[in-house]
Ligand binder design. Structure first.
Ligand code: PMP
Length: 395
């Protein structure tokens, strides 16, 4: 079987060192020095990546589980929240909260647009009685490839006094994230994207305000209870094993060793270099897409460094383009979501990727366009060339 390129917005391919770490023998999840060290390193590295002094919790779960944990630990049924929606993952936050009987207020932006900050400001200013308990937002909206400005949003929420809950699943590890400076109370991320580990771990950054909210929150919870989850990390905070609250679960030891390794690799490359790499390859990809006469749905000023949504001409449906890339080029890209399913494709460039990955995708796209007669064969290389030149020109 030939090598397949995985260009979806997570899970992304794994560095060899991370794959090897997955093959580690099991150890006891309490009292084993190597395991304690892995947890300690994960906490420290995640704090560095998120630019925070807040506590980090870890669940054996996907990112969606982490999103649910943020709701059940901070709210009671009937509470009011504001969800800033500019795509599918914003809607998911609202959907989960709705299931738990929360009263949802929304701001909505058109697809491919960032969160409407004026609308958020208006809703927060109108809320004289401070009914809104928390504001929910997505840092990088993976369905549309839009990076939201959390600095401005965080200041607005801070002035109002609500909790600020952020889904940073498709940004952390690939895009700068400043939890403390942006006044983020709960930040949720997951292992399988920028952090270059397999799916299966969610990481939650929790502010002091949340510990108080967790005591007051009346949502039923057991597995997701932050107060119990904290037990796993007691040792990293200097609390001896004997005094920890019970750890409610057996954590995924293999994934924890894999994440320890992938975080070490990010540190070795240097976070500033990692972020620059994502900015450069995403900018190059957008230049290549435009050179092929295709449309991007997000404006350059807020385009995501980790995922790009491309609109195809009517003559080439998204499904067909994905099939040609998969079958003829061994490249897997993701379908457009919801209203972008027919004509859209999503190209992931998050995690363990560099210029050659996006050059390969552009080559596949050129092939698909040529196969449908939408470009001449003499135009092959046009997108890849434009991307390469943009990359060389720098940021
Ligand atoms: N939020 C965002 C922004 C995402 O991109 C994703 C995954 N695509 C999720 C949440 C959900 O994560 P998971 O699939 O790990 O549950």
């Amino acid at each position: 079987m030939l090598k397949q390129n995985l260009n979806i917005p997570g899970p992304s391919e794994l560095p060899l060192e991370v794959l090897h770490a997955l093959g580690t023998q099991m150890v006891a999840n309490r009292g084993d020095d190597r395991f304690s060290r892995a947890l300690e390193e994960i906490v420290k590295s995640t704090q560095e990546i998120m630019n925070t002094k807040n506590e980090i919790l870890l669940f054996t779960s996907s990112g969606t589980g982490g999103m649910e944990s943020a709701i059940v630990n901070t709210l009671s049924p009937g509470d009011d929240i504001l969800v800033c929606i500019n795509g599918e993952f914003g809607s998911r936050f609202a959907l989960i909260a709705e299931k738990f009987g929360v009263e949802i207020h929304r701001t909505e932006s058109g697809w491919g647009k960032p969160i409407n900050l004026d609308a958020v400001q208006e809703k927060l200013v109108e809320d004289h009685n401070k009914k809104i308990k928390a504001v929910f937002a997505i840092h990088n909206e993976t369905s549309t490839g839009v990076l939201n400005d959390l600095e401005k949003l965080g200041s607005m929420v801070r002035r109002h006094g609500a909790l600020f809950v952020v889904d940073a699943v498709s940004s952390v590890g690939a895009v700068e994230f400043r939890a403390d400076q942006w006044h983020v109370d709960v930040a949720v991320t997951a292992s399988q994207k920028g952090l270059m580990a397999p799916p299966g771990l969610s990481l939650i950054c929790v502010s002091d305000k949340v510990w108080k909210a967790a005591e007051e929150a009346k949502m039923p919870r057991y597995y997701w209870d932050y107060r119990l989850a904290r037990g796993l990390f007691g040792k990293t905070r200097g609390v001896p094993d004997s005094q920890l609250p019970g750890i409610p679960i057996t954590p995924s030891i293999a994934l924890i060793f894999a994440l320890q390794k992938s975080l070490a690799l990010l540190k070795k490359e240097g976070l500033a270099n990692v972020y620059r790499r994502h900015r450069k390859i995403s900018k190059a990809l957008r230049a290549g897409v435009k050179a092929l006469g295709l449309q991007l749905i997000a404006d350059e000023s807020f385009a995501s460094p980790t995922v790009t949504v491309v609109l195809l001409p009517d003559e080439l449906k998204g499904e067909e383009a994905r099939q040609i890339l998969r079958e003829k080029y061994n490249i897997v890209i993701a379908p457009g979501q919801k209203k972008l399913h027919q004509n859209g494709i999503r190209i992931g460039h998050i995690g363990y990727m560099d210029l050659k990955d996006i050059i390969a995708v552009l080559t596949g796209l050129e092939g698909a366009l040529a196969e449908k007669g939408l470009i001449d064969q003499s135009a092959l290389g046009m997108g890849a060339g434009a991307a390469h030149r943009t990359y060389i020109a720098g940021e």
